[in-house]
Design a protein around this ligand. Sequence first.
Ligand code: NAP
Length: 246
Amino acid sequence: MDKELEGQVALVTGGSRGIGLGISRSLAEAGARVAVIGRNADRAREAAASLPGTGHEGFACDVSDPEAAKALVSDVEASIGAVNILVNNAGITRDNILLRLKDEHWNEVLATNLSGAFHMIRAVTRGMMKRREGVIVNVSSVVGLIGNAGQANYAASKAGLHGLTKSVAKELASRNVRCNAVAPGFITTDMTAELNEQQVADLQSQIPLGRFGAPPDVAHVVRFLAGPGAGYITGQILAVDGGMVM
Ligand code: NAP
């Protein structure tokens, strides 16, 4: 494949594990220098060091903290360069049925999954608008499209990301900044590791392709959306789910 992102700087939140690490690797393979973000500094640095090519760096940041998100973008720009591609992938679950869902768990999930993306987008927007180019990809979930019993907080955060994606796409299109979302189905990572064999079998029976996805399945789509081949695509929510939602 071409190194279509040569010379670009990509910032990937939650890039230290799972889908985010797959995205970081894909963007590095495409030639980008990648800022890998996680709450844990050592894990983010190790992940950055494992990527192909040079110029990658790991940073610790809790994206739910607006000031930390702002400072992070300044740090990344000072050490790697202006951010051309932002991937909002950091996400958490705190599942429970409605009657047992604690305020704390509602707020935590919204703060990371939705407000975190907003904080990061706001922090990169001025630079992208000035340069009249930029790409934002939000990692949501099919649960944001169809809802899920026991995941009201998570589903609300991901549906919120869809509204954010389309609003940002409309607001920044005239400055040549594109914003899209990928909505993964079930992907094998630490997040889905808690499911037991029976749950996995039940879920697989609802997936037309008959299997869970792997991080590269999502990462390749993010690479496409970040690159010039997707130059005329903005404001879209693209499901990467083995056909679960159609
Ligand atoms: P994961 O394996 O649990 O990894 C989560 C990543 O997010 C880690 O790198 C973690 O870094 C980082 N993170 C969490 N909270 C953060 C915060 N406040 N600030 C900065 N970084 C934070 O998750 P995953 O399965 O790869 O999921 C990645 C994204 O895909 C999430 O948005 C998730 O909702 C979405 N998704 C996943 C699936 C699935 O089946 N796995 C399906 C649909 C959507 P540290 O550990 O260092 O904090």
